[in-house]
Design a protein around this ligand. Sequence first.
Ligand code: HEC
Ligand code: HEC
Length: 561
Amino acid sequence: MRTFKKPLTSVLVLSLSAHLGQALAQSAPPPPPAPPGNPITVNKTLLGKALFWDEQLSASGTTACGTCHIPTAGGSDPRSVFGAGTTNPGPDGIFGNDDDIVASPGVPLAEADGLYSFSAQFGFRPQVTGRKAPTMVNAAYSPLFQFWDGRAEEVFMDPITGVPLLNTRAALESQVAGPPVSDVEMGHIGSDWPGIVARIQAATPLGLASDLPAPLANFVNGRTYPQLFNDAFGSNEVTAARICMAVATYERTLIGATAPFDDFIGNAPPGAPPQNPNALTNQERQGFQIFTGQGRCIVCHNGPVQSDNDFHYTGVRPRFEDLGRFEVDGLNANRGAMKTPTLRNVELRGPFFHNGRFATLEDVVDFYDRGGDFDAPNKAPAVAPIGLNPQQKAALVAFLKRPLTDTRVRDGLAPFDRPTLYAESARVPSFYGGGTPGTDGHVPNAYAIEPPLVGGDEMTVAIDNGFGGRMAIFCLTSGQDFAGTPITGTTFHVDLLSNVSLRRIPSLDGVGPGNGHGSVTVPVPTSSAAIGTSLYGQWFVLDNGSGARFAASEAVQFDWF
Ligand code: HEC
Ligand code: HEC
């Protein structure tokens, strides 16, 4: 069962593999085989692509797989930059110190009924994952393990019944089963696959997305998910296993390993001179020599996509902060060990490492040059001071950039093209008008990120920074007169309420000024007549308990689509 791993771990064998009789040609490595039982087909790939880019796979309607895995960002998350919205406070739970992790916002913490649960770390903002998103581009080259700790393994079990369905090389399928039920990434507290299947079954395929690439638009073509499943699997049942198998199939077609490096190597056997030296510049060639020689990078970054698919502790952070592979296999040797990432397209994918704390490849090379930052008995011996001079470092960095970049990935060309996500579009509710503080000086914050989709799920809107324990009212109206000029805290006119629908929270959670928070759900219209019309909403918090004054949030505009 483990035999597939061997060819990938031996030094560069696959990309250097000898077919000496062949003419000199650009030779991207062959993609790894799909597991028997889930062969790649055109329709299954298209269904997988639809599901991968469908934010309706998330409970909130705001997060698709692709939200955190953007091809032009090398398959990782371009939102992962230093800043509050994309930082996880790390094991100590405190923002702003060295164990913080720069990663991916998922969904607000929510209950099954859609109401938000105030997260100690993130409040009502989307929660941020505890690790940086690795890439799904070329992930197919890792058939035995997915995730930094490899916890998604090659035997794929039906996510609902637990019955093994695919016995070999199906780590990609196993991986898909995770994010939709994670209450950080896509789900709600207690999400389960039967609920997800029901949601997908009822959803309009890619109903939240826009600008579909033509092949995808032609495939979806106004049809239902059961119809698309019929095309892909021969019958119209939407099942959890089929969702995983379709998405994994799509990912198996995301092979972004055609780059100047492949030109350079040609079909040279291991150790033999590259066949097309001019495909790289002098500096890049020097970088390649350091990569395979003095720098020892090749010890782990080998095989067709520069990963041995094995786990190593390299001293990025103290190993107890994130136990990595140890959490899966309990082996002391694997405390803090992470799966070696592919280096294909790595220049597009910063910030780097499982915690996203290295902003540039220059930083990464400096890290290796000084032999890593932390030590432990199980630290990989190959990570030790190297002693590169500035010119050598620059050469190594140069090798990691252009030579390993597939320009189709960089430019988002097929198969790396994609729809525009709802969350990236102007369909997201917009805020305007500022707010009005209460006598305590606090302006309540309004949260509204869920899609105003006619016929879709109820939308959740939330408030924080209100007065804990006091009443809060969310008002929704079709008239600009009401919310268009945000009501000042003193003039909450009952006469405006005739065409207003109200959602009331009798007592905000939290104690005292600025600590009040809560959420409500807002029904969405079902008639297509609502498409193109707008509603305006605003939160009001009873200021002094008497109803005479209100603190008001910014106003929110919902444009139904
Ligand atoms: C909220 C952001 C987010 C969403 C949504 C998300 N991912 Fe990820 N993805 C991550 C993070 C973070 C990791 C690493 C987690 C870990 O290692 O513990 C990851 C890991 C992966 C990996 C493993 C790559 C490797 O080299 O090991 C694959 C493949 C992947 N995701 C595909 C998907 C698919 C398919 C979906 C949708 C079903 C999805 N992701 C949804 C953030 C996300
Ligand atoms: C002992 C095995 C090993 C060696 C040797 C090694 N790496 Fe790594 N590399 C890894 C592992 C494991 C990670 C992920 C570590 C983490 O995130 O904690 C990694 C991460 C990286 C990353 C970040 C990729 C990303 O997507 O975040 C880059 C870039 C990189 N290595 C380049 C190099 C270079 C250049 C060298 C040689 C100077 C090198 N590596 C040597 C195992 C190794």
